[in-house]
Design a binder for this molecule. Structure first.
Ligand SMILES: *[C@@H]1O[C@H](CO)[C@@H](O)[C@H](O)[C@H]1NC(C)=O
Ligand SMILES: *[C@@H]1O[C@H](CO)[C@@H](O)[C@H](O)[C@H]1NC(C)=O
Ligand SMILES: *[C@@H]1O[C@H](CO)[C@@H](O)[C@H](O)[C@H]1NC(C)=O
Ligand SMILES: *[C@@H]1O[C@H](CO)[C@@H](O)[C@H](O)[C@H]1NC(C)=O
Ligand SMILES: *[C@@H]1O[C@H](CO)[C@@H](O)[C@H](O)[C@H]1NC(C)=O
Length: 336
């Protein structure tokens, strides 16, 4: 008996705290649980002059709720009393030309905000009116923040790129309104696969995607992607750039000799090897003789005192492969 009166007291306090004047009279809590919950991102960013689609679903455990009766969705700006009703899906109030595009009977309160301005940055509360059931989603306020410059797209490239690999590169951009998505362009092929997808939280992302087969020429290549957002009276653009880093086996391996031409026995010559490779290559020198081919030196430069004619080549090696230079002939004056 004592416990019962205590519970009633708690309910009474809650009811009196959240009881409101006139038409808005209702409650936030049924007992100790919220009377109405909505699922929406807690915080949404919008762009000035652009629209914003607010994903929203609602639920209530209150037995007074009956979807066969008319349901009105109401948005309130400010989040606190005095309540500023900006939208009532009955059509009675619509200060910012909002539209509930979700089906309220299916508990979908997805709302379209057509043209955001800085003054719209605020906390918004959602409310359902389904007489006699009426409740605010007090526990789930939506914060809208407004920015003046658009979201930079993000470029996604797998890590650890190697030549001959086929990789999928994606450029994606936050899409505040799926019916007017940003236009994405980049310096890869223009007819890339393009799509606007719904994320798990009900927001949308627009992507372009391209599969490229990597070669050494892609190393150091800059991919730039720009997202052009339609806004009232024009567009707003943001750009992102990434530089590809592609590993490749040695290329253009060549050997040179200094001094060039005929040399005298007893003089010094220097053989030098060059190659393009990523990561940088190691060099090994080989000598071809009538007894076979021998590994004679390690390192980019091989200097020695000439005693006899010879044929040499170098080999550049890294983790991805190796490449041989063409053969250099060392000829000695007056001695063939
Ligand atoms: C819901 O409302 C309809 C129409 O007023 C009524 O026929 C139905 O019995 C109600 N359902 C419940 C569960 O109260
Ligand atoms: C919403 O509109 C309905 C129908 O006109 C009205 O009964 C109700 O009081 C309105 N609610 C608010 C919060 O303005
Ligand atoms: C709610 O309605 C919107 C607009 O029609 C739709 O895009 C979204 O998928 C719906 N959400 C759910 C959970 O059904
Ligand atoms: C790629 O971008 C970087 C940084 O902006 C720049 O230094 C570099 O020159 C660019 N590379 C090419 C190939 O344009
Ligand atoms: C060449 O010889 C060096 C020293 O013996 C050895 O470390 C290296 O692995 C050899 N390189 C090749 C390609 O055989």
């Amino acid at each position: 008996m004592a416990a019962l009166t205590e519970n009633m007291l708690v309910v009474n306090i809650l009811l009196s705290v959240f009881f409101l004047p006139g038409d808005l009279a209702d409650y936030c809590y049924g007992g100790l649980t919220p009377a109405l919950r909505i699922t929406t991102p807690n915080n949404m960013e919008a762009l000035t002059g652009s629209c914003l689609q607010i994903p929203c679903t609602y639920e209530t455990e209150n037995t007074e709720f009956n979807s066969s009766r008319s349901i009105y969705g109401v948005w309130i700006k400010g989040g606190n009393a005095p309540y500023n009703v900006i939208f009532n899906s009955s059509g009675s109030v619509n200060t910012f030309q909002l539209e509930i595009i979700g089906n309220l009977k299916e508990k979908n309160c997805t709302t379209l905000f057509p043209n955001l301005a800085t003054s719209h940055a605020d906390k918004y509360l959602f409310r359902i009116e389904n007489y006699p059931f009426r409740a605010f989603a007090c526990a789930d306020p939506l914060q809208i923040t407004i920015k003046d410059s658009p979201w930079s797209p993000s470029i996604n490239v797998p890590s650890d790129l190697k030549e001959h690999q086929s990789v999928t590169v994606t450029c994606s951009a936050f899409t505040p309104c799926p019916h007017s998505p940003p236009e994405l362009t980049w310096n890869l092929q223009q007819d890339s696969l393009r799509q606007t997808e719904e994320n798990t939280d009900g927001t949308f992302t627009t992507k372009i995607q391209e599969t490229i087969t990597l070669s050494d020429t892609h190393d150091g290549y800059n991919i730039t992607c720009s997202a052009k957002y339609p806004v009232i009276g024009g567009t707003k653009t943001a750009e992102t750039e990434v530089t590809l880093s592609v590993s490749y086996a040695p290329k253009d391996t060549s050997a040179s000799i200094s001094p060039s031409g005929l040399v005298s026995a007893g003089s010094w010559v220097e053989l030098s090897c060059s190659s393009r490779a990523k990561p940088p290559p190691r060099f090994t020198w080989f000598r071809i003789s009538k007894y076979g081919t021998f590994n004679v030196s390690v390192g980019q430069v091989f200097s020695f005192c000439v005693t006899e004619r010879g044929e040499f080549y170098c080999m550049a090696t890294n983790d991805l492969g190796n490449q041989r230079s063409s053969v250099i002939l060392l000829s000695i004056k007056g001695n063939l």
